[in-house]
Design a protein around this ligand. Structure first.
Ligand SMILES: [Zn+2]
Length: 241
């Protein structure tokens, strides 16, 4: 059935203000459509993921978090995205894409690219800045990059630096896999990165599956086995408990 307010046109004329030509505003019936369009812009197919009743991610839309989750992350992301305005600019990138962007800037300087993934380098993103700065929320999926690169941890640290810089100051979610956590055994890990995460990031884990088999997840302090700053380097490198 057509919307009665706009007769299905999706727009409503503002009060006339002669001699100016008529202006229009969007009808509220367009909102749902616009939101779904935005959800799909962020990730194709995301709007079709199953519904979850609630999500701890709603509490951290404007916060820096490390989310430990498998595929159940996506229904939770859908839950958040359909509740945000259509103008909400969220972006999913990956650890691999960050390195690729970084390699791209090296290639531009005419240096040799020493990386097994070099074939992916394009001019699509000229620098990491171009890739990570614009989104309102940047989601970095870890575990996509498999070929080792010496600069990996610096590249991730640079992305976080750019996001948390006072002139940008926008939230970042780092999405790590439960069986491949971002710790001392991870290609992107460095002690310095660990300090940053401990100071500026919270942790979200145990997200409920759609259908609610697990308990809803909870937001906690990131923490690396107690207070990382007081721990010795040796302990930090000790891996998971
Ligand atoms: Zn309408």
């Amino acid at each position: 059935m057509e919307c009665e307010k706009c007769n299905g046109t999706g727009r409503i004329q503002n009060p006339p203000d002669p001699p100016h030509p008529p202006t229009y505003k969007r009808c509220s019936c367009m909102l749902k459509q616009d939101i779904l369009k935005n959800v799909e812009r962020g990730m194709k197919g995301l709007s079709n993921f199953p519904k979850v009743e609630n999500s701890p991610l709603m509490e951290v839309v404007d916060k820096n978090v490390v989310v430990t989750a498998g595929r159940e992350f996506l229904p939770h992301l859908r839950h958040v995205a359909v509740r945000m305005p259509p103008s909400w600019n969220f972006k999913i990138t990956s650890d691999a894409e960050l390195v690729t962007a970084w390699l791209g800037s090296i290639a531009l300087k005419g240096k040799d690219i020493l990386d097994a993934d070099a074939y992916m380098v394009s001019t699509k993103y000229v620098t990491i800045t171009d890739l990570v700065t614009p989104p309102d929320l940047l989601i970095i999926k870890m575990g996509v990059k498999t070929a080792r690169n010496q600069a990996a941890s610096e590249v991730l640290a640079e992305a976080i630096n750019l996001r948390t810089h006072p002139t940008i100051n926008r939230p970042t979610w780092i999405w790590e896999e439960p069986h491949h956590p971002l710790n001392s055994g991870h290609m992107f890990w460095s002690d310095q990165l660990g300090f940053r995460l401990a100071e500026e990031f919270s942790r979200v884990k145990d997200l409920a599956d759609p259908g609610g088999v697990k308990k809803p997840g909870a937001v906690k302090k990131f923490g690396i086995k107690g207070s990382p700053i007081k721990k010795s380097r040796k302990t930090l490198r000790g891996g998971r408990e």
